[in-house]
Design a protein around this ligand. Structure first.
Ligand SMILES: Cc1cc2nc3c(=O)[nH]c(=O)nc-3n(C[C@H](O)[C@H](O)[C@H](O)COP(=O)(O)OP(=O)(O)OC[C@H]3O[C@@H](n4cnc5c(N)ncnc54)[C@H](O)[C@@H]3O)c2cc1C
Length: 369
């Protein structure tokens, strides 16, 4: 696929040589988003009339896999939240006017997008969310708090979930809104993390945030179902991330053990070392196939909930095994800041939690057995 080669070239030339500095700054330069916009990377899931290329889940998984091969999980996460987890809601359920207003700048990488579902007291159990949106004339007024929001500090547009009908129980009465970050009443606190250092993560306070009535996204009260649907795309992307990061970790480790001498030859000469890497390569290949299978079913419009839950349950767990196995084979060097595998092991940690914790995903698989 031409797009795969193009993304790989971009990652090798314009990301890898610079991203260590972004990690130190805790910030990805805006020019990089604009450059990805120029290259057409940010519009793959949006219609051509707004500047996109209208591709499907296969494009998303290829893009995710190639970004992940950078070995910088924070860069991968911030980009995919923008392309595949937030703005995609506007394309899926926005009005023509909303698409005309917001999509062109998002696709050009001029405005960066976040999605705010999680709250201090509602994570895996999305139906517990309490942020409240109240209709007041031609506005909605939003009060509440959001937690762990990727692109929440430096982003410009938030796709935000809030409760519009407090009498509706559980998953009912939740709606989505397009909220511009510079609206008065929004405060953000940048959180300090274990990994994904170049990606900004925010706690967001919302105090009497007044937005135009027309910024409700999709059908009032149906937000929970829109969130769940988009989660499926996010989880396919996470399968791609795990495939890309695993492949990169194994490549780096192969180079290392072939060059590193001990006990009369390169470490690769030790059968236990070779077999360890061979097994990790086999497990990674199996996970990659499952993820691409789910993306293919999704692109055909076939029900693939079970497969997608399987991908999200399995791929990050296998990635943990891969990065820690690879770190082990780097010896002490693997524990040192500045080694790619050290960063990759930190970055991988969150993937069994975000986008649906492994345990929650396994329950969903079990329901479908
Ligand atoms: C770096 C980062 C970026 C994020 N970005 C975003 C974002 O952009 N937007 C957004 O909305 N959210 C975001 N999140 C939030 C993320 O989706 C949540 O952290 C995740 O859904 C888990 O919610 P929680 O942290 O509240 O954990 P909890 O729901 O409190 O769960 C804690 C742990 O309990 C276990 N557990 C939970 N439920 C069950 C169960 N039913 N059975 C068995 N075990 C269970 C799991 O091990 C889980 O990890 C981000 C999180 C992180 C860390």
């Amino acid at each position: 696929m031409m797009m795969r080669d193009q993304v790989r070239r971009f990652v090798d030339r314009e990301v890898v040589p610079f991203a260590e500095a972004w990690e130190e700054d805790g910030k990805i330069p805006r020019d990089i988003f604009r450059r990805m916009g120029e290259l057409g990377f940010l519009g793959m899931r949006h219609a051509t009339e707004f500047g996109g290329t209208d591709l499907g889940p296969i494009a998303s998984i290829v893009f995710a896999e190639e970004l992940a091969r950078s070995g910088f999980g924070g860069f991968t996460a911030s980009t995919l939240v923008h392309t595949d987890m937030s703005a995609i809601h506007i394309t899926k359920s926005g009005t023509t006017a909303q698409k005309q207003t917001f999509l062109p700048a998002i696709i050009r990488g001029e405005k960066i997008c976040a999605v705010a579902v999680t709250e201090p007291d509602a994570g895996s159990d999305v139906a517990r969310l309490r942020t409240r949106a109240t209709r007041d004339g031609d506005s909605w007024v939003i009060n509440g708090a959001k937690m762990f929001i990727t692109n929440g500090v430096y982003g410009d547009i938030i796709i935000l979930a809030a409760r519009t009908d407090p009498s509706a129980k559980g998953s009912g009465g939740i709606s989505l809104f397009i909220v511009e970050k510079d609206t008065p009443g929004i405060s953000t606190t940048k959180l300090s993390k274990h990994g994904w250092l170049c990606s900004d993560t925010a706690e967001i306070g919302l105090s009497n945030v007044r937005i135009p009535a027309e910024n409700i996204l999709g059908v009032e009260g149906r937000g929970f179902y829109a969130i769940m649907e988009t989660f499926q795309n996010e989880r396919i992307c996470i399968g791609g991330i795990c495939a890309g990061e695993s492949a990169k970790a194994i490549e780096l480790t192969l180079q290392y053990v072939r060059a590193r001498e001990a006990f009369g030859g390169p470490l690769w000469n030790q059968q236990a070392v070779r077999q360890k890497l061979a097994m990790l390569a086999a497990k990674s290949a199996a996970v990659r196939q499952l993820a691409y299978h789910a993306a293919e079913l999704s692109s055909l419009g076939t029900n693939c909930l079970r497969e997608v839950f399987m991908v999200k349950a399995l791929a990050p767990e296998v990635l943990h095994e891969v990065v820690h196995g690879c770190l082990q084979l780097h010896g002490g060097a693997g524990f040192m800041r500045g080694t790619a595998i050290e960063r990759m092991a930190r970055d991988a940690r969150v993937l069994t939690i975000g986008g649906g914790a492994t345990e929650v995903m396994l329950e969903e698989v079990a329901k479908r057995m």
